[in-house]
Design a protein. Structure first.
Length: 139
């Protein structure tokens, strides 16, 4: 860790300069990317987490009753996921009151592992669903 980042990271959690240094140091947050609604609930953004859960449920209900909004919903979901993926560590540092960068790294590591595992599982599931739909259309 460079001297500037080290100095900023020594600031207490919630400090703006420290949050930006932490975000640069720890990089992309896969847990916040793939699990944004749940990640928000447990990382100081409960209101946003609840809103995202309701948004996802409403968009799924709209799709089930035949309202064509899938592309718009997917684009909005992608923007939200990218925002939390890139800013997740900074948000967590500002909101959660960590005592050190190592504490933040340990806690977010679990989220990153869960995000990667569930993200890979979700991608595989989507591929299987697309294959199944293609086979049904072919018959």
């Amino acid at each position: 860790m460079g001297p500037q980042i080290q100095q900023e990271a020594e600031q207490p959690s919630g400090h703006k300069a420290a949050a930006e240094a932490i975000s640069r140091k720890l990089g992309f947050n896969w847990g916040a990317f793939f699990l944004a609604p749940v990640w928000c609930l447990f990382n100081g953004r409960a209101g946003i987490g609840v809103f995202l859960i309701i948004w996802n449920l409403a968009s799924q209900a709209a799709a089930l009753i035949g309202i064509e909004c899938c592309v718009v919903v997917l684009l909005i979901d992608l923007v939200v996921a990218l925002y939390f993926g890139t800013q997740g560590n900074e948000i967590a540092w500002k909101e959660e009151g960590y005592s050190s960068i190592e504490e933040l790294r340990r806690r977010q590591r679990g989220w990153n592992i869960a995000g990667i595992i569930l993200g890979i599982f979700g991608i595989i599931l989507i591929i299987f669903i697309m294959i199944g739909v293609a086979q049904l259309d072919g018959n």
